[in-house]
Design a protein around this ligand. Structure first.
Ligand SMILES: Cc1cc2nc3c(=O)[nH]c(=O)nc-3n(C[C@H](O)[C@H](O)[C@H](O)COP(=O)(O)OP(=O)(O)OC[C@H]3O[C@@H](n4cnc5c(N)ncnc54)[C@H](O)[C@@H]3O)c2cc1C
Length: 391
């Protein structure tokens, strides 16, 4: 099999890249190791930056998002039993975010790809990328028990944190920057309308909590728990009781409870793999970087990477200049490190480390009070949350 761009992975990065290339008249083949149902049901991100929304719309994948997505003009910070709203449009000159689940983004892109796009092969597992530093890189893959080879002009590894693509970059050329955090998120999906119209980020002496949503009738909530927690250790009642404690305020706000339909634990990690390109192999999304979910940046970074790649390849096709392709890694990493910085700040602002001293508790409260009282500090948060420009 032969194509211009071999894409490994049908998460948001791989699917959107295939769509962008299709729109630019460039052919591709997507290899995805899991089946379609699995990819469409995997619960993950839910907050789309303004730039991500604009890209999906321009790519022709925004119709349902525009109908069903929920525009959010702010978030609430909750600490010391008080509430402070950060208003995005006022602080950023009109920007906002959209709540539209990653599952739905993937469903929309898969439907488009299967209807109009180039091949998208499910249950096709990439085994290795070969010849990345040659003119003819190849992906060896297995489908229905048979091994095959996809010959490409370029390979883009969109295969997430556990994928194979980045292993093709020689270790001596790689630098990895990494931090793990001594806590995790216990996340639930519940069939109950969200108790607040916008996301609530709560800092509490017992740990962080987040109130989010997937739709007007489905809530998504998270609790900071110790690293390595088994979700089954937590009964539904214990989860709701703990959420209630951490969101408590001095006014009459109440948390609505409902049936919990899903429970999982997510570890918290920051990770950057440099460079994001080797020869004709490019890395995009979680294959190259991970952020803790506190800043809602992972999916949005993946979108930024593939937009940068699609622009660079289109530029090369139109002008013959490989300048933008050559600059791919440096261009992406500038944005990646801004998101890493913001995600780290949000995480350390709101979570309680197991060994936190009272001094650190007071510092967190001082940082929160600063955001609440200073337009400059509020603007810094609002600009980062609504998103850094692509490229
Ligand atoms: C609980 C949670 C909450 C999150 N919340 C947010 C949020 O609010 N906002 C946000 O922006 N981000 C959030 N994220 C992060 C976001 O979900 C990821 O950053 C995003 O999924 C990255 O997309 P991707 O396409 O790079 O990788 P992935 O979504 O991981 O997709 C990679 C794909 O590659 C496939 N694959 C892997 N190996 C192979 C192989 N060898 N061959 C073929 N296919 C392969 C996988 O099956 C998968 O489909 C959250 C993540 C978690 C876990």
């Amino acid at each position: 099999m032969r194509t211009t761009v071999g894409i490994i992975g049908a998460g948001p990065a791989g699917l959107l890249l295939a769509r962008l290339l299709h729109n630019a008249g460039i052919d591709s083949v997507v290899l995805e190791s899991r089946d379609r149902t699995y990819v469409e049901q995997r619960q993950r991100a839910g907050i789309l930056e303004q730039g991500t929304v604009d890209v999906l719309r321009a790519a022709g994948a925004g119709e349902r998002m525009d109908r069903e997505g929920l525009r959010h003009d702010g978030i609430e910070l909750r600490y010391d039993r008080t509430r402070h709203r950060v208003d995005f449009p006022t602080l950023t000159g009109g920007r906002s975010v959209t709540v539209y689940a990653q599952t739905e983004v993937c469903k929309d892109l898969i439907a488009l790809q299967l209807k109009e796009g180039h091949p998208l092969l499910f249950e096709a597992e990439a085994l290795a990328v070969e010849g990345a530093d040659t003119d003819r890189p190849r992906v060896r893959f297995r489908q229905e028990g048979r091994e095959d080879v996809l010959e490409c002009d370029y390979v883009v590894g969109c295969d997430g944190f556990w994928g194979v693509a980045r292993k093709a970059i020689p270790a001596e050329l790689v630098r990895v920057f990494e931090r793990t955090y001594p806590y995790a998120w216990l996340g639930i999906l519940a069939d109950v309308p969200p108790s607040h119209e916008e996301l609530v980020y709560a800092r509490h002496d017992r740990g962080f909590a987040l109130l989010s949503m997937r739709s007007p009738s489905v809530s998504r909530l998270y609790l900071q728990v110790p690293e390595g927690t088994d979700p089954e250790e937590w009964s539904d009642d214990a989860i709701w009781d703990e959420l209630e404690r951490r969101f408590e305020t001095d006014d009459d706000w109440r948390l609505a409870r409902g049936p919990i339909t899903q429970k999982s634990v997510t570890p918290m990690r920051s990770y950057v793999h440099e460079p994001m390109r080797h020869g004709r192999l490019f890395l995009a999304g979680d294959a190259a970087h991970i952020v803790p979910p506190t800043g809602a940046k992972g999916l949005n970074l993946a979108v930024g990477d593939v937009v940068t790649f699609a622009r660079a390849l289109t530029h090369e096709r139109e002008t013959g200049s490989a300048e933008l392709l050559d600059g791919y890694s440096a261009t992406c990493l500038r944005r990646v490190w801004q998101a890493e910085r913001f995600s780290y700040d949000m995480t350390t602002l709101l979570h309680r480390a197991p060994d936190a001293a009272p001094f650190e508790d007071r510092l967190q409260l001082a940082r929160l009070a600063r955001i609440a009282s200073s337009r400059a500090a509020g603007t810094d948060l609002a600009e980062a949350y609504t998103g850094f420009p692509f490229g």
